[in-house]
Design a protein around this ligand. Structure first.
Ligand code: AMP
Ligand code: ZN
Length: 119
């Protein structure tokens, strides 16, 4: 598994920094966002260091698919109400102009009753 010593999400995935874990398997880790913008707000990350969606290739297809497939399942488990009354938002910021602050690929999953702090 590739890791970056100075990457906070690599450290979280390896348990070297604390987080509130939502899910973990061999390849994927999910944890609550430290500054939630919605009642439910967690991040799904690959355990391997991938800097952003601008860095993915065909070799990452299965991993990305698994991350996306986890989102609805984990959203419900974390308290989002079912579709269509409930639902959730999936978001991946990419690059400076895309609003990315942490350079380790992550999928935001947000949901829960309105209003939210943002969006
Ligand atoms: P982005 O702007 O898409 O790169 O989002 C980075 C997200 O990571 C922000 O929503 C932060 O609140 C969140 N974040 C940063 N550090 C931590 C941390 N140590 N634990 C949990 N979430 C974090
Ligand atoms: Zn990393």
């Amino acid at each position: 598994m590739s890791t970056l010593d100075n990457c906070i999400f690599c450290k979280i995935a390896r348990g070297l920094l604390p987080s509130r874990k939502v899910y973990e398997d061999d390849e994927i880790f999910a944890f609550d966002d430290i500054h939630p913008l919605a009642p439910v707000h967690f991040l799904i990350i690959p355990k391997m260091h991938i800097a952003s969606m601008a860095h993915v290739g065909p070799e990452h297809g299965a991993l990305l698919g698994r991350m996306l497939l986890l989102a609805p399942q984990l959203a419900l488990a974390q308290g989002c109400r079912p579709y269509p009354e409930g639902g959730f938002r999936i978001l991946t910021n990419t690059g400076a102009e895309g609003g990315q602050e942490v350079a380790h690929l992550h999928v935001h999953v947000m949901g829960g009753p309105r209003p939210w702090l943002k969006g």
